[in-house]
Each structure stands twice: as C-alpha cells, then as structure tokens.
Design a protein around this ligand. Structure first.
Ligand code: CU
Length: 150
C-alpha cells in the first residue's frame, strides 16, 4: 500500500496538538510485550480511516513478531510506516513487525502508526475502542483506549 503525501497531510496536521491517552498496560499471562500510551484520534466527519499511536516494548529474551492487529471498530488494522521514497513522503504497510529483545518502538507521527481502515461511523471523542494485538510468541494483547479530540 502506497499513499502519497496529499493523503497524509490531514493526519500530520492532527498530530501536532495531540495529547497522550494513557492506556492501561496489558500483559495477560505474564507476557513480555508491553503496549502503552495508546493514542486514538477523533476522526473528521466523513473520514473512513483512523490512526493510532502507541509505544511497544519487548521485555523478553526473544524476538517478538506482531502478526495481526484487529479492532471491532475497523474492517482492518494495518501497521504502517512513513518513509521517503524518491523524495516523496509515503506510507507502506509493515507486515510481521519484529521487535528484538529489549527493543522499544514508538508509533508516532512521521514514523510507525496503526491505520484503522473502514471505520464507520468515524471514531468519536470519548468512545472506547478495543484493539487486539496478535503476536507469534505469546497470547494476544487486548486493550481499550479512549478516543481523544486533537
Ligand atoms: Cu498509514
């Protein structure tokens, strides 16, 4: 998936004034992956895709692989990464994101982000949205984050 900058600008604009939603850290079953600081953005009227940022940490001794992300509020959730390609800012889907032992990864504007595709109706401020992260090496992590106005 490759989208050009014109699709990206509204997203970047919304990020400038974003606060940080503190989500409870969820690590069922003594899991070693921590997902924190989930930020879900209120969507503009008519928008179909949402964006989320977070921090992910692998506290274990082995490589972790994120295979899938789901949400009941989206037809699909993809891990995306912004990059410069031939002078053009683009975003691409990252499949099977890998996190080395001890590695932390921040999903934030201009870098990695979660793209929520096919969200209808759009995410509204105050709404609680469930996200499910499926890793290869551990049980799924389910967490709920509140949608914030940015
Ligand atoms: Cu994206």
């Amino acid at each position: 998936m490759l989208l050009r900058l014109s699709f990206l600008l509204p997203v970047l604009f919304f990020c400038l004034s974003c606060g940080e939603a503190k989500s409870p850290q969820v690590s069922p079953g003594g899991a070693v992956i921590e997902i924190k600081h989930v930020q879900l953005r209120e969507m503009a009227p008519g928008a179909k895709n949402g964006v989320a940022y977070l921090t992910m940490h692998n506290g274990g001794a082995e490589l972790a692989t994120l295979n899938y992300v789901h949400s009941p509020r989206a037809e699909a959730v993809e891990v995306h990464r912004h990059s410069h390609e031939n002078g053009v800012m683009a975003m691409r889907e990252v499949k099977h994101l890998r996190l080395a032992p001890g590695e932390s990864l921040s999903f934030r504007p201009g870098g990695y982000h979660l793209m929520l595709l096919g969200v209808e109706p759009g995410l509204q401020r105050g709404e609680n949205v469930e996200l499910i992260f499926e890793f290869e090496q551990q049980p799924a992590i389910r967490l709920t984050a509140e949608v914030k106005h940015m």
